[in-house]
Design a protein around this ligand. Structure first.
Ligand code: NAD
Length: 257
């Protein structure tokens, strides 16, 4: 399928899932806007590399997704936003009675409120263009909980609720809004944890992945950033035009348990 002529804005896309999603959207022909809160030469180099590999226009725009004004400015600076992927996210793990309030606020701001601000800014552009796709990268934790992840689970459940509301508000327009709920995904961050875990548990790579990292993922395989990118491209396709207000799990069976 071709997304030629469409512009995609992907928040938090200088690494991991966001970059993987941006790559697959660019492969499908979309012009892409990468984002994070840093403004380093290597951030801009990522955009240049996508442009030359896929023959699309690619830009990197610095904006801090913990700040509502920055979220809105990102969309305004992009100029067009046919596809909005709300992906930026952080994590902190602690029991709820010892959860630092500033971590709670940061997680709610970056993982949830940013999507409110970017969506509010993007919908008028989508309406003007007569087409739009909002794809929210939620989590298996948008549908289930784990101990010690109160802010993350609350934010991810919240973004599933926001997804449904935006879908209802745009239901009669050529705009859809859906959430992808990944299980454990093999990102560079996760890959980097494997050697440490092997040492701590005295296990080989395969055993640590199976027995320690993927205890809740029945497939015993990580999802990949390419699979999440492919799911995003599918949600942008004509085949998905009547899919709105729902979640697609890419979790190896986690939520079937
Ligand atoms: P990551 O740390 O590689 O990516 C997070 C991205 O968000 C980075 O590009 C980072 O620069 C950006 N970011 C962080 N704070 C920001 C801010 N204030 N402003 C702008 N950008 C900011 O992690 P990832 O695993 O690729 O996670 C991406 C999304 O996928 C997150 O929303 C995460 O909750 C979700 N997710 C990840 C997994 C997994 O197993 N990796 C599973 C389910 C859901």
């Amino acid at each position: 399928m071709s997304l030629k002529g469409k512009t995609a804005v992907i928040t938090g896309s200088n690494s991991g899932i966001g970059l993987g999603v941006a790559r697959e959207l660019a492969r499908a022909g979309a012009d892409v806007v990468l984002n994070s809160f840093t403004d380093r030469p290597e951030d801009h180099a990522l955009a240049a590399a996508l442009a030359s590999e896929f023959g699309v226009t690619a830009r990197y725009i610095r904006a801090d997704m913990s700040q509502g004004a920055d979220c809105r400015a990102l969309v305004a600076q992009a100029g067009r936003c046919d596809i909005l992927v709300n992906n930026a996210g952080i994590q902190h793990v602690a029991p709820v009675d010892r959860f630092p309030a500033e971590k709670w606020d940061a997680i709610i701001a970056i993982n949830l409120s940013s999507a409110f601000h970017t969506t509010a800014a993007a919908l008028p552009l989508m309406r003007a263009a007569g087409w739009g796709r909002v794809v929210n990268i939620a989590s298996a934790h948008g549908l289930t909980a784990s101990p010690f992840k109160s802010a993350y689970v609350a934010a991810k459940h919240g973004i599933v609720g926001l997804t449904k509301t935006v879908a209802l508000e745009t239901a009669e327009e050529p705009i859809t809004c859906n959430a992808i709920c990944p299980g454990y995904v093999l990102t560079p961050l996760v890959e980097a944890q494997i050697p440490d875990q092997m040492k701590v548990h005295g296990m080989d790579r395969e055993t640590v992945i199976r027995e320690v990292m993927l205890t809740r993922q029945p497939s015993k395989q990580f999802a990949t950033v390419e699979q999440l990118g492919g799911t995003t491209v599918f949600l942008c396709s004509e085949a998905a035009a009547q899919i709105t207000g729902t979640t697609i799990s890419v979790d190896g069976g986690w939520t079937a348990l």
